[in-house]
Design a protein around this ligand. Structure first.
Ligand code: MN
Length: 450
């Protein structure tokens, strides 16, 4: 069985911070996660008795790369990309089962009331209570291929949500085609499933790929699915909560603002409306709350799979690319590339590819292999000593971008590529010490400060 609860049970005690006392759910989990981040701590939070609700809430599952690696079945963070690509290249399709715990309790018609779920407020300017942790499962109206993605949902009453599909992903394409035919798009919102299914939902794979197949590849076995009660969609049998409903074809309503991954509250919205037909859940469900904004969790969940995927596409063309990092400071807009340069102009080649592969990117910097791309001080050192702005950068104006960038103009932004690698006439060596001297120093310090 692959479920949220089996994963939580597998975590060592020191990785879970439990709150037994009642807590106020509005703002508190967000504030706790952001305070812990300042201390460079990333435990899973578990709230046993949120005020006013009858189910526990967990948060911060995806806050660090080590835990994400374990979720994917990789031995450590350094081997995540390899593990991810193995799953992408060896997908395992899901398996239909007759029944599952996610339908132990079923509410339909007038019995539906999503206000009984512990949906909370996250940031001051948010328009209301939001689900950010829902995996939206839908189907291509022409091919029937399933799609999994994350879209924000603003609670607007017992059976109504506002939605924004601003990532313009496959679900947007599905909705547009359904809408042209005057049809609503059926969607199931899954809250609380094995975290490998969450990673797969963030995958940047082709429209023809069912993200449940990738989840199966990560888990090494098929995901068990059950049919929804009121719509023609399948959901994980072992999920905690599922909200079944439809994205309306012909209604647009205000939605937002909401604290987005950019670190800003944004009104930008596709103004969709999601109407609920049923809520199904376990008898005693666990609610998963994804902390939005530019929290580690929100950024890593969107980034890890993308990083692995884009890195592989880069390496197919330029095998000398050694690593790729989307730093937290750049939200999803910056990338650092490590290159074992063999020819002049190779860095620019890598930069053009990168901008083509990922429309969110605005700034990409290529450095030599001796620079640690996970250390931004090292990146700035490369800029300070290996880069000249008149010859080593290029700017491409007015390119399609992610509209949540508050500085974007008409949905477009400029791309800046920086080659901070050593050029062929470079005439300096990095200072260094004989290795024996370093050993002597370490031994002497060990004696004085054991
Ligand atoms: Mn897809």
């Amino acid at each position: 069985m692959a479920s949220l609860r089996t994963f939580l049970d597998s975590l060592p005690d020191e990785e879970i911070l439990r709150f037994e006392e009642p807590i106020e759910l509005d703002y508190t989990p967000t504030a706790l996660v952001l305070e812990l981040e300042k201390q460079q701590k990333f435990p899973v939070l578990r709230f046993e008795s949120p005020n006013g609700y009858d189910m526990p809430v967990v948060a911060n599952l995806f806050a660090n790369r080590d835990r994400i690696a374990r979720i994917a079945g990789a031995p450590d963070a350094a081997s995540f990309n390899e593990t991810w690509l193995r799953a992408e290249n060896n997908p395992i399709p899901p398996r239909m089962v007759e029944s599952g715990p996610v339908q132990e309790v079923v509410f339909t018609g007038d019995d539906v009331d999503v206000q009984t779920l512990p949906i909370s407020r996250h940031f001051k300017a948010d328009a209301g209570r939001y689900i950010g942790s829902g995996i939206l499962v839908c189907k291509d109206p022409d091919t029937g291929v399933r799609n999994l993605s994350f879209q924000r949902l603003q609670m607007k009453g017992r059976n109504r949500f506002g939605a924004s599909l601003h990532s313009r992903g496959h679900i947007w394409d599905h909705w547009l085609r359904a809408q042209k035919r005057g049809k609503n798009l059926e969607v199931a919102v899954v809250i609380g499933a094995h975290p490998a299914i969450y990673l797969a939902a963030g995958a940047k794979v082709a429209m023809e790929v069912d993200e449940f197949d990738i989840a199966g590849g990560l888990l090494g076995k098929p995901v068990d699915l059950v049919k929804c009660q009121t719509i023609d969609i399948e959901v994980p049998a072992e999920a905690e909560i599922v909200i079944e409903g439809e994205l309306l074809a012909d209604v647009a309503e205000d939605e937002g603002p909401y604290g987005e991954y950019t670190g800003y509250s944004t009104f930008r919205s596709t103004r969709n409306v999601f109407v609920v037909k049923a809520v199904t859940r376990r008898a005693k469900p666990i609610y998963f709350d994804l902390i939005p904004g530019n929290s580690s969790e929100h950024l890593l969940l969107g980034r890890c799979a993308k990083e692995a995927h884009v890195f592989e596409r880069l390496r197919e063309v330029i095998p000398d690319v050694k690593a790729l990092n989307y730093p937290k400071s750049g939200t999803h807009f910056h990338a650092y590339v490590s290159l074992e340069k063999r020819a002049e102009g190779q860095a620019r080649h890598a930069l053009m590819l990168l901008f083509g592969l990922d429309a969110y990117l605005k700034l990409a910097i290529v450095v030599d292999e001796d620079i640690d791309i996970y250390n931004e001080e090292d990146i700035l050192f490369a800029l300070a000593t290996r880069f000249q702005a008149d010859t080593d950068l290029f700017v491409v104006p007015k390119v399609f971008c992610n509209r949540l960038d508050p500085s974007a103009v008409d949905g477009m932004s400029a791309k800046m590529g920086i080659d901070a690698t050593i050029s062929k006439d470079f005439d300096a060596d990095r200072i260094a010490l004989p290795p024996e001297a370093i050993e002597r120093a370490k031994a002497a310090l060990e004696k004085l400060m054991p």
